[in-house]
Design a protein around this ligand. Structure first.
Ligand SMILES: NC(=O)c1ccc[n+]([C@@H]2O[C@H](COP(=O)([O-])OP(=O)(O)OC[C@H]3O[C@@H](n4cnc5c(N)ncnc54)[C@H](OP(=O)(O)O)[C@@H]3O)[C@@H](O)[C@H]2O)c1
Length: 368
């Protein structure tokens, strides 16, 4: 009998890769989605070797409005259906609202909220019909306190994901479909390199941090046991509970003060974070699909999108991040890391991020 299939977005690093490993370990097949196909291929190989997992590699930009449809069609084309959906792809857009362009903000909403909602809308009916489904929407601890200065829409979309998941949870009761909003706090991944706050959050005490693996483990079991909202980690549960009872003016005062240490109000330096590569290149062809090993296709076809940022990232040489062993994918990437890219770096912090390949960039602020 074919294994169940879990579609994981943002599987090329961090929490998404950890959730993919978690599902593979529990005998699921996978559809792995992200823009960096080489990372997905490495993960697919790792999981095939370790668990015999069959993986569809789907290279797609989920901030492209056609992204979710492309992904779902790719799964159908492979003759599979989706039993589990992990909506996880995401990033943080630094800067205040006025210091960023609408192109950047609308791209952010498209990826972080619209693509999540569309994937659920496309996949939930089949789950209900078959009487089985697992949906994890990756939200955040930041959904609990008042919004911060900088990363203006981040807390807003993460809070929306909690409400969205709660509604779905109630709507699917008794159908065999479980829906969970997973709320990680600070997690070792590439997230804080992408949102350019590594130098700030590295100063946070260790108790604030969890590994992507611990978060993924919590998320998997929360979905299995049909918990509507799971805050990952005891410290984070305490913080979330505190903000549920704290009077709003105190919460706002707390955020006014603490925002300085965790969120950047400076617009993105690396020519906006993450991007409608599609805006620069031509619209993406249908995502390539491969079972097991992976395709070179899309990734290879669109190098333009994968160029290193115009502005030298040397300064941004990350500090801590992913724990030393995040598996083959990271190792592969690390191995590939261009020697040229390195040194300027400041002192290396304790936790070394898996080398982060340049990601697609958004158009310069102001465009679009
Ligand atoms: N790390 C934290 O402290 C933290 C805390 C709370 C919540 N979260 C949430 O956890 C989720 C995962 O973040 P992470 O910490 O694992 O960060 P990460 O290591 O940077 O991973 C982000 C993933 O999203 C993918 N992605 C980004 N833009 C995409 C796009 N346009 N289309 C398709 N895929 C895209 C990336 O893949 P490609 O670049 O290859 O496309 C990558 O696989 C996010 O939703 C984030 O908001 C993180």
């Amino acid at each position: 009998m074919a294994k169940r299939l879990c579609l994981v977005t943002g599987a090329s690093s961090g929490i998404g890769a950890a959730l993919a490993r978690e599902y593979a370990k529990r005998n699921w097949d996978l559809a792995l989605v992200a823009r960096r196909g080489d990372r997905l291929e490495a993960l697919a190989k790792e999981l095939k070797d370790a668990h015999g997992t069959q993986s569809l590699i789907i290279v797609a930009d989920l901030a492209d409005p056609k992204g979710p449809e492309t992904v779902v069609k790719a799964v159908e084309k492979a003759g599979r259906h989706v039993d589990g959906l992990v909506n996880n792809a995401g990033y943080g857009l630094p800067g205040t609202y006025v210091s960023t362009s609408w192109a950047q903000q609308s791209y952010f909403i498209q990826l972080m909220l619209t693509s999540y909602a569309e994937l659920v809308h496309r996949l939930l009916p089949g789950m209900v019909e078959r009487g089985y489904g697992r949906i994890i929407n990756v939200s955040s601890l930041s959904a609990f306190p008042p919004g911060a200065k900088g990363h203006t829409l981040y807390a807003a979309v993460k809070a929306a994901l909690i409400k969205f998941s709660q509604s779905l949870h109630l709507e699917t009761e008794g159908s065999g479909v479980h829906v969970t909003a997973l709320c990680p706090g600070f997690t070792y991944s590439e997230f804080h390199d992408v949102n350019e706050t590594r130098h700030m959050v590295s100063k946070l005490p260790k108790r604030w941090w969890r590994t992507a693996e611990a978060v993924a483990h919590d998320g998997y079991w929360a979905a299995e046991t049909n918990v509507p909202v799971r805050v990952s980690g005891n410290w984070n549960k305490f913080i979330a509970a505190m903000f549920l009872i704290l009077p709003m003016p105190l919460g706002i005062a707390w955020m006014r003060r603490s925002t300085r240490g965790i969120r950047s109000t400076e617009p993105p330096k690396q020519g906006p974070v993450t991007a409608p590569a599609a805006a620069a290149a031509k619209p993406k062809p249908a995502a390539p699909v491969k079972t097991g090993a992976a395709s070179k296709t899309a990734a290879a076809k669109k190098p333009a999108a994968r160029k290193a940022p115009a502005k030298k990232p040397a300064a941004k040489k990350p500090a801590p991040a992913t724990p030393a062993k995040t598996g083959a994918a990271s190792k592969t990437a690390a191995a590939k890391k261009p020697a040229a890219k390195k040194p300027a770096a400041k002192k290396a912090p304790a936790r070394k991020p898996a080398a982060r390949k340049a990601r697609p960039q958004t158009p310069p602020a102001g465009t679009g």
